[in-house]
Each structure stands twice: as C-alpha cells, then as structure tokens.
Write a new protein. Structure first.
Length: 349
C-alpha cells in the first residue's frame, strides 16, 4: 500500500485544490493526520517540477525539501520529515542531491538593501536605482506596464488582496492622561501628522489592530498608563493587501513555468518589505529607517484603489491594519483601560 500525503502537508493552494479534486479520505503518513483528504505523492510531481528551473545543484546547498519548506513555503511545517515527502514526490531528482536557489531568484531581495540606502542617504524624491526602474515606475494595473517586472509585481500584489466586509471590527488605541472621545481617536490632522512606519510626515494613516491585545501592545504603554481603546467598524467593504506571509497566501504552483521565476522574485521582495514593516525600530532612528517602507506604502496607495495593508505585529503573533484613509470606517466611543503589567523580553545580541 503506497504512502499517502494529505491536504495538511501543504500551504500552496494549487496543491490543496488538486488534493480536493482527486484525493480521498484516509490516514496521512507524513504529518499523522487521520480521516483527512489524502493523495499519492507521485500525483503531485508535475506541480512540484514547475519550480525546478529556479534551483541549481550545488555542493554546499541543501536538500530540496529545505527550499520547498523555507524558501518557497509550499510544504507545511506539520510534515514530520519533509525530505522523505519530497523524495517520494520528485524521485531521483531529489534523492542524495543538494540544491540552492539560482542567483536571479534573489535579485530583487538583494537589491532592496541598496534601494533603502539610496532612498535614505542619496535621493528620496527622484531615486535613480535599478530596482526603482524595474518595479516602482509601473503604472496602474489597468494601463500598459513599462516593464514585465513592474507588471508582474502589480499582479502579485493584487493576488494578495483580501476583502474585509462591511461591519468588520478593528481596534484603535491611544495613551492619554486626559479623557478621550471618539473624535480624538482618529488619525491626527495633516498639520501635525508625524512619520510612521507606513505613512510619511504630513500624510496621516489610521493604524489599527485586529485584536485588543495586539492593539494594547502596539502603543507600548508604561506600567500604570491609561490606554483608551475604540472599536473601529467598517462602513463599507475594505480592499486590503495582506502582507502576512505572502508566499503562503499566493498559489505559486498555479503559475506557468515561465511565470514562476519572476513571481517568486516579486514575492521575495514583498516578504522583505513585510518583514521591515513589522520590525521594531528605535524611536530616535525611525525618521530615517521608515523612509523605505513609507515609499512602498505610498506607491501601493497610489497605483490602485487599495484601502490599506495588513501586516504582522512587532509584538507577539497579532496582526496590524493600516488604512490610507478613515473615510470608510466609523470610530466608536473609547473605553479607558489601566495597564497593570508590562512584559519585557531581552535577548543577547
């Protein structure tokens, strides 16, 4: 009897959809799930072969399973022995061989550091940079793109859009010694709007969280501080770009072989951007360190009718939402909370 893998073994939706179409209920030999949709791994070979053009054999590389788990994020962390699963799916291509990603796959990700330095130290208003020329000069999706890279980047971003329906609830917090009303819980006026990790100075965005605990942590309160918390209710459907784990959100293996390489390059760039949105930054350095993420946020705000972004919180496992405008939400009357304890976790450098 052949070993079976299951729908829980994978994160890529193209693989999951195939298992839904062709699988049957059984026990999974690779993650231990029972009474779940399963399939013979060899039936997935064609899908997994699509990305082989993005890897090369290298004596100092790693097993293909490492690339499918860590770099492509196609195989779930629930799989007990990813190497065994990939060996069954790909056969002799995988067994006893070492691989790494081709240099071209990492191109955009590697260029991000140079682009950041260029924006911060050289020219933040009229950048002359290879990544800018390939990606950030692209027009809207409705128009003819100036480059295949720019068009693919926009299509990749659009594939990450999540709809949040009317009446969806988010949370907004502010620290204050004085009582606050709903009118004071919105984004600050343009004249006093300071720079944030997403918004440039003078252009206010509305920073929210998807749950209360994350919202409290994001304002970094001191012990004994009073934090005012408001529910923020969507008055219309919201179109948000979900940057939390972009590789797991987009069905990479649905693309044609000639599209996967460029799409993966764009995903690497978006993943790097997402990490920097979530990275804690010291207040004294934020006015400079936030410039690159502000640039990309303004680009996304401008090119399409997106309402905002979803990204991972710097604190814990929660998720933040930043809205480019508060016109589609209603901010409710806040409730005061007193902070009774603050947890600090320190690690050696």
């Amino acid at each position: 009897m052949p070993q079976l893998c299951c729908i829980n073994c994978f994160t890529d939706t193209a693989v999951k959809e195939m298992i839904q179409r062709e699988g049957g209920m059984d026990y999974c030999h690779f993650c231990g799930s029972d009474e779940v949709l399963t399939i013979e791994p060899c039936k997935l070979t064609g899908l997994f072969e699509l990305v082989l053009a993005c890897v090369k054999e290298h004596e100092h590389g790693s097993h293909l399973s490492s690339i499918y788990v860590k770099d492509l994020k196609v195989v779930s962390s629930r799989v007990n022995d990813p190497a065994s699963l990939i060996n069954v799916i790909l056969g002799e291509i995988s067994i006893d061989r070492s691989y790494c990603l081709t240099e071209s796959i990492l191109e955009f990700k590697d260029q991000w550091g140079t682009f950041k330095t260029h924006l911060i130290q050289e020219n933040r208003f009229f950048p002359k940079n290879s990544l800018y020329g390939k990606i950030f000069t692209a027009p809207t999706l409705a128009e003819e793109s100036s480059s295949i890279e720019g068009s693919t980047f926009l299509n990749t971003v659009d594939s990450l859009v999540k709809q949040r329906p009317i009446s969806s609830i988010f949370y907004r917090a502010r620290i204050s010694d004085q009582p606050l009303t709903r009118e004071s819980m919105g984004a600050p006026p343009k004249s006093v709007a300071s720079a944030g990790r997403a918004n440039p100075v003078g252009i206010p965005y509305l920073y929210l969280a998807e749950d209360k605990d994350t919202c409290f942590r994001e304002v970094r309160p001191s012990n004994g501080a009073t934090v005012y918390l408001s529910e923020v209710v969507a008055g219309e459907d919201l179109k948000l770009v979900d940057l939390t784990n972009p590789k797991q959100k987009l069905p990479l293996l649905k693309f044609d072989e000639d599209e996967i390489e460029l799409t993966l390059k764009c995903l690497n760039l978006l993943e790097k951007f997402s990490d920097e949105l979530s990275e804690p930054v010291l207040p004294e350095k934020s006015h400079l360190e936030y410039i690159p993420t502000q640039f990309v946020c303004e680009f996304l705000r401008t090119i399409q009718s997106y309402d905002g972004l979803i990204f991972n919180s710097s604190y814990g496992e929660g998720r933040n939402v930043v809205l480019f405008s508060e016109s589609k939400v209603t901010i409710m009357q806040p409730t005061p909370y007193v902070v009774r304890s603050v947890e600090v976790l320190a690690e050696p450098e």
